[in-house]
Structure formats: structure tokens, C-alpha cells
Write a protein that binds this ligand. Structure first.
Ligand code: ASP
Length: 416
């Protein structure tokens, strides 16, 4: 098996800490000249961070393509593909429904928006989200090269599955051509390891960039909303997923969380489930023992459609804005928020701040004041980092559950 560099997680944490300290020093120490601060902000943190994210993104499409094709082309029965698909989508949608319900319950009990009045100016232009029609149509690419170039994950997954099936059916005619994809997949996994061995530097830059530009003042804004949101995110990550893992797999949940540390840090520092795909895939396959046939489908699809953290933010933001504006949501409307958040989470892109874009769709639906989104945006950077970690943890938990149910989880790897 391909080896990860030693002490990687420890070094990434050190990179994070250092980025934090240096970023904060620039932000808070008055005597540092502005020009020096700007130089560091742009040429060290921003450039270094963007290079790192580009390297990760560079791997996504070929990695998803080769791993899915090699997984599917080696399946002996296509029936299990159907089962895996159904279970995956079912679990993704239901965990998201639980997530948003949790945030609505906590939000209505603890009332983050009661007595809150904001000075934040409304955003100049409201972002536009993607509707369900475009999302469904987007699964079926008219041009696969274009879909790949634009990182349209569901379209790439769809094409890779078809290609894998065709390869599977023609293996006897092509002199076992599918084995070439197996080997390419190994090469790409090695590339992932090469890129993530630079993660301590990449994460240093990303965290430094965040702190040097925003400082840590955000917590003064909408304090109750921020705290309640973080609490619900933690509840979901540590209780909902533990319960599900225990219920369906009997695996040791502590081991699961320990092994997910690296993925969570990547998601935190990139704020993008998509950019984290290479790391999630690597961890789920190599450390959690999920068979490639499951992980290569469940992880890219999950990064695209499963966003429990995002749904939690949308639930809490809706309650917050409704309370702030003195609007009482009815029970039926709460149920509608749940349905809408589940549906829009499918259409939310796995990139930074995408969740606030689809939040507009929900607010519009209930006639809530869209200007209030300014308050949400003001505090969203750090919340986006946290919820993206929740999103990817959910993907990995579902991958374990699905793999276990299909007898495709290697317990000895998981427990190692
Ligand atoms: N940044 C999130 C993700 O990539 C999406 C969001 O909630 O904005 O998963």
C-alpha cells in the first residue's frame, strides 16, 4: 500500500498554529508597516494558499474518473452498484434532514435572533443559486470534456460509471484493458500523497491568509447565532454520526474520529468539500478500509450532494432571520425548511461560501428579508470552515456504513 509521510497530521497542526500566530501578529501588531503586512498577505499567504488549493483541485477530476472507472470495471455483479447507489443517496438525504431538524429545534428553543438588531449593510448584489431543474439536468453531460473542465462532479461521476460499465462488459474483447485503469488509479493515489505531503505549508498559508485579513473580531457579530450554530454542528458530528456508525456498523467510533482528523483539517482550511476529495478518498480507502468500489462512488457524490453542515447553517440562519424580523414560522413552514434545505444542499456547490448562495432560495421562499443575509455573510468565513469539516465527516461516515453493509469494509485496516 502507498505510504503517507510520517507525522503528517502533527505537522499540519503545527502549520495551522504557526499560520494563526503569524497571521494574528500582523493583524494586531500596530507597529508593522502596512506595506510589509500586504506583502506577506499577498505573496506568502494568498499565493501559497492558492497554489496549494490549485494542486488539490488539479487532482480531483482524474482521481474521481480513474478510481470510479477502475472500481466499476472490476465489479463482478452490477446489482451491487444499484444497492450502493440507493443506500448512499438514502443515507445522504436522511442525515441532512436530521441535521437541519436539529438546528431548527435548537434555534427555536434558544432564539438566536430575539432582540437582535443589526447595523450591517445589505450586500450590493444578491448571489443567485442553482435550481433543482439545472441540478438534475447537470447530471447528464452533453459534453464530457466541458463537464470535466468545469469540475461538474455529478456529470463526471455519471460518465465514469457508464464508461466503467462499458469497460467491464468489453474486457474479454480488449485484452483486459480495465487493468490499465487500475494501475493509473494507483499512480494518481501516489500523486495525492505527493501533494498532501506539502499540506503543512499549504495549511499554514491558508490559515495565515484567513487570520491576517479578518482577525478574530467576527465573534462580536451575531454572537448567539455563531455559538448556537457551532454547538449544533458539534452535536451532529459527534452524536448523530456516532449513533449511526454504532447502529449500522458496530465499528469503534473513536477510531473513526481519530482517523478523520486530517480530512477535517483539510476541509477546515480549504472551506471546500470538493478540494478535499483527494484527501477524503485517500483516508477512507487507506485508513478506514472502505473498498474502492464504494469509496470511489460515495465520496465524490457526497462531496457534491451531502452537506449536513451547510443544511445546519441554513436552518439556523432561517430561524435567526425570521426571529430578527419578528416573523413567526409555523410548524408547516419548519417542515418546508427541512425539505428545502435537503433539496438545496444537493444543488450547493462544494466550494467556499456556496451555502450562503443557496440560503437565498430558502429565504425567498418564506418572504424573509434578504438584506439580513449581510449579517450572515459577515460571520460566514469561519463558520464555512467548520461546516465544511462536518460535510466531509458525513461523507466518510456514510462511506463506512454503506461499505459495511455490502461487506466491503476491511475491519483490520479500520482498526489498525
Ligand atoms: N464550503 C462548503 C463545502 O464545500 C459549502 C458551503 O456550505 O458553503 O462543503
Amino acid at each position: 500500500m502507498i505510504e503517507t509521510p510520517v507525522n503528517l497530521t502533527r505537522n499540519i497542526l503545527l502549520g495551522m498554529l504557526l499560520g494563526f500566530i503569524i497571521g494574528a501578529s500582523f493583524y494586531y501588531l500596530e507597529f508593522i508597516p502596512k506595506s510589509v503586512e500586504e506583502f506577506f498577505a499577498i505573496y506568502l499567504f494568498s499565493l501559497g494558499g492558492s497554489i496549494f488549493i490549485n494542486l488539490l483541485k488539479m487532482l480531483i477530476i482524474p482521481l474521481v474518473f480513474f478510481s470510479l472507472v477502475s472500481g466499476i470495471s472490476s465489479l463482478t455483479s452490477m446489482k451491487s452498484l444499484g444497492n450502493i447507489t440507493l443506500k448512499t443517496i438514502g443515507l445522504y438525504l436522511s442525515t441532512t434532514a436530521v441535521a437541519v431538524s436539529l438546528s431548527l429545534i435548537v434555534g427555536s428553543i434558544f432564539q438566536p435572533g430575539a432582540g437582535y438588531s443589526s447595523e450591517v449593510a445589505p450586500p450590493e448584489k444578491l448571489p443567485e443559486g442553482q435550481g433543482i431543474y439545472e441540478t438534475v439536468l447537470g447530471i447528464f453531460p452533453s459534453n464530457i470534456i466541458e463537464a470535466m473542465a468545469q469540475n461538474q462532479m455529478l456529470a463526471v461521476v455519471f460518465f465514469s460509471i457508464l464508461f466503467g460499465i462499458a469497460l467491464n462488459k468489453t474486457n474479454h474483447l480488449t485484452n483486459n484493458f480495465s487493468s490499465a485503469f487500475e494501475r493509473l488509479n494507483i499512480v494518481f493515489m501516489q500523486l495525492v500523497i505527493i501533494v498532501i505531503s506539502y499540506a503543512p505549508i499549504g495549511v499554514f498559508c491558508l490559515i495565515g491568509k484567513f487570520v491576517i485579513s479578518d482577525g478574530l473580531d467576527i465573534f462580536q457579530e451575531a454572537f448567539k447565532y455563531v455559538i448556537l450554530l457551532i454547538i449544533v454542528l458539534l452535536i451532529h458530528v459527534f452524536f448523530t454520526y456516532s449513533i449511526l456508525l454504532k447502529m449500522f456498523t458496530k465499528l469503534n467510533v473513536i477510531t473513526f474520529y481519530k482517523k478523520m482528523k486530517e480530512v477535517a483539517i483539510f476541509a477546515f482550511s480549504t472551506s471546500s468539500s470538493a478540494a478535499t476529495i483527494p484527501v477524503t478518498l485517500k483516508t477512507v480507502q487507506n485508513d478506514l478500509g472502505v473498498n474502492k468500489n464504494v469509496s470511489s462512488f460515495v465520496i465524490p457524490v457526497g462531496a457534491t450532494i451531502n452537506m449536513d453542515g451547510t443544511a445546519i447553517m441554513q436552518g439556523m440562519a432561517t430561524v435567526f432571520i425570521a426571529q430578527m424580523s419578528g416573523i413567526d414560522l409555523t410548524l408547516i413552514q419548519y417542515v418546508q425548511v427541512v425539505i428545502l434545505a435537503v433539496v438545496t444542499s444537493i444543488g450547493t456547490a462544494a466550494v467556499p461560501s456556496a451555502g450562503t448562495i443557496t440560503l437565498v432560495i430558502i429565504l425567498q421562499q418564506f418572504g424573509l428579508p434578504l438584506e439580513a443575509i449581510g449579517i450572515i455573510l459577515a460571520v460566514d468565513r469561519i463558520l464555512d470552515m467548520i461546516r465544511t469539516s462536518v460535510n466531509v465527516t458525513g461523507d466518510a461516515a456514510v462511506a463506512c456504513i454503506v461499505a459495511n453493509s455490502e461487506n466491503l469494509l476491511d475491519k483490520s485496516t479500520f482498526n489498525k
